[in-house]
Design a protein around this ligand. Structure first.
Ligand SMILES: NC(=O)C1=CN([C@@H]2O[C@H](COP(=O)(O)OP(=O)(O)OC[C@H]3O[C@@H](n4cnc5c(N)ncnc54)[C@H](OP(=O)(O)O)[C@@H]3O)[C@@H](O)[C@H]2O)C=CC1
Ligand SMILES: CC(=O)[C@H](N)C(=O)O
Length: 262
């Protein structure tokens, strides 16, 4: 029996989540796999259990349906073996902002924001009490790039980054490791769901390379890991500029440029 924490991975039926499942299984962690496609989850679970001699549970759930989300929250609250949550399930945006309908907006925000937040909130108190554990949130470089024309999706990923950074501040001192992972274009089924022909994407990372790099960042306890970013100095400069901006805020007076001339 393993003494390592179990890992609950959302969106484990394909792409990035399925590779996280393989990697954590190969490290000897028991798993709980969440997604809608029970058959795919079961096939993966059987293969991983056989290959790595770990226990793999399948917990099918549509995380945009509140009752099904609640089942996963209950599992995170009650199963004390689960010490790592990988918030990976996510939907892309098909079309521009004018093409979004209300049901689609609800679904995208429901999965990319609400489910990720509620699952984090479900596990965090138990991890804080234990003084150990980790939450990995999968964001996207699109969350840094309003220029990419995926405004709604990008906004959900900007939320993932800010939530993760806030949780680092709040929960880091309580012993919980928080990592935001920001992939760029990665070869998975998400492109098809976004209505984009993957063959038209010229620079694309293979999913194994993406997850292996993200896990290097995890093992180094990086708060933010951006596998495709070649020079980490760019991220550091952005963060330094952000802190300088905060230091320049005067809450009591408007800046001179906004004061009337009279
Ligand atoms: N691939 C890329 O280029 C990039 C991806 N990302 C992010 O990586 C994460 C994983 O995406 P990726 O692996 O690429 O895409 P995939 O489409 O391959 O995987 C998405 C996963 O989410 C699950 N999922 C979708 N909808 C729901 C739902 N309603 N409830 C529960 N699970 C759901 C899917 O399973 P099922 O259908 O069985 O429910 C699937 O396992 C996402 O958050 C995405 O935004 C970030 C940057 C780049
Ligand atoms: C299809 C996409 O937008 C991709 N998931 C990304 O985040 O780059």
């Amino acid at each position: 029996m393993t003494t390592l924490p179990s890992v609950l991975i959302t969106g484990a039926s394909s792409g990035i989540g399925a590779v996280y499942a393989k990697r954590f299984a190969s490290r000897g962690h028991d798993l709980v796999l969440v997604a809608r496609d029970q058959a795919r989850l079961q096939t993966l679970a059987t293969a991983l259990a056989r290959t790595h001699q770990v226990a793999v549970d399948v917990l099918p759930a549509d995380l945009t349906i509140h009752q099904e989300l609640a089942t996963v929250e209950d599992r995170l609250r009650s199963d004390r073996r689960i010490g790592i949550l990988v918030n990976n399930a996510g939907l892309p945006q098909a079309g521009g902002f004018l093409q979004q309908d209300t049901a689609g907006i609800d679904r995208l925000i429901g999965l990319n924001i609400t489910a990720l937040t509620r699952l984090s909130a479900a596990i965090a108190p138990r991890l804080a009490e234990a003084g150990t554990g980790a939450i990995i949130n999968i964001g996207s470089v699109v969350g840094l790039a309003p220029e990419f024309g995926m405004t709604l999706y990008g906004a959900t990923k900007a939320y993932v980054l800010l939530l993760s950074q806030g949780l680092q501040q709040e929960l880091g001192p309580k012993g919980i490791q928080i990592q935001a992972v920001l992939p760029a274009a990665t070869r998975t089924a998400i492109w098809d769901k976004a209505g984009i022909d993957i063959d038209t994407v010229t620079d694309i990372m293979e999913v194994d390379e993406l997850v292996d790099a993200a896990l290097v960042g995890f093992d180094r306890h990086e708060p933010v890991t951006i596998p495709p970013l070649q020079d980490a100095a760019h991220w550091n400069a952005l963060d330094t500029a952000r802190l300088a901006l905060l230091g320049d805020l005067d809450q009591s007076h408007a800046a001179q440029r906004y004061r009337s001339a009279s």
